[in-house]
Design a protein around this ligand. Sequence first.
Ligand code: GDP
Length: 429
Amino acid sequence: MPATLIVGTQWGDEGKGKIVDLLAADADVVVRFHGGNNAGHTLVVNGEKTVLNLIPAGVLHPGRICMIGPGVVVDPEVLVGEIEALRKRGYLKDDRWLRLSERAHLIMPYHRAIDRARERLRGAGSIGTTGRGIGPAYEDKMARTGIRVGDLFDEVGFREALERSVREKNGYLEAILGEAPLSFDAIHDCYAVYRERLRPFVADAGEELRAALAAGRRVLLEGAQGVMLDVDHGTYPFVTSSSVVSGAAAGGAGLPPRAIGRIIGIAKAYTTRVGGGPFPTELTDALGDRLRADGDEYGATTGRPRRCGWFDAVVVRHAVALCGVDGLALTKLDVLTGVDPLRVCTGYELGGRRLDRPPATQRAWESLTPCYEELPGWRESLGGARSLADLPANARRYVERLAALVGAPIALVSIGAPRDETIRVGDVF
Ligand code: GDP
């Protein structure tokens, strides 16, 4: 059976964590394939909140294999912390339930130091990175100077690679960024501890994944961030440093593309974005504040307030086309209850011309104006709805209109953070 892939269709924070957790009930293996601990999912299960940054959101289902694939960059300090926190709460009882690719690149302390120093130096022009070293770790990967998980286990090779890197990075930190140098010994000793903590989980994850698929296991690929943050297709340079689109999932997980069968795009019923960068439908008024408060729109890991605005069908339509989305999971519809009328951006206007797709340049993003369509809102609580027919007529109309505008059928509608506050329309596997 081919794998099912989950991708975010906006600027991240679409509620992928809840959807992956929900679908993981029917999966055997859940895989992260890109990004690092800049992603943050908040899961609410039995009234208890769990924040995950690296481990796939399948971990709350005992017995699921959670894989961190070769395309991910891993901060071992964060991973060890996450494993310990989950263990304390009774999850991840068996080491075999977590697999860490030996090919995944390591985030090192100098990556974090460089990330933070650069963002500070950019001042008002900052691109809003989380300062966790993700971008600099991907730079080293592409420059072919990175250190991978598997390298930790070749102690002589690891020492040599680390010596080279610390020498080079300290030069950069001191001379260019005006920062204090880092201690080789401190990093070396720290990573020797992580080596032993992570040893039980390290595997040829791609090979294990292919074997699982061949054995008929059900695989869920968990995307992080969203298509508009994709390094090629997003609002460059206000993007993340990895590929988010479905086309990158196979490589990042270690699968042939044909192994991916179904692609589910997650979209929030309105739009949010963290940090700087284009956001045509942003609401900077009281309604934006209301969406932020009602939707609890604060970063899961950083606590940063998210910018909020109307649903942008241009963005989601782009993601649907680019990723080949088969079904849309619409989240947080409940947050729009009481907002009347509702507006949806159906296209942009730029220099007297109508655009149906996102533009490529920053100048175009800054000059365009969104074109809106108005739809009637609803005041009834969505609480008990378990099918589309249970929704108030205007909520149903809103959902159906969004699906038509973006060109994908609805697979699922989420009307609250808990697992059961979900309307399932079709099968996702
Ligand atoms: P992710 O990174 O895409 O998983 O998104 P986040 O976890 O950062 O943000 C999603 C937040 O919305 C989490 O706090 C979820 O518990 C919550 N959430 C998810 N789906 C719904 C929903 O349908 N309604 C409401 N009110 N909250 C939701």
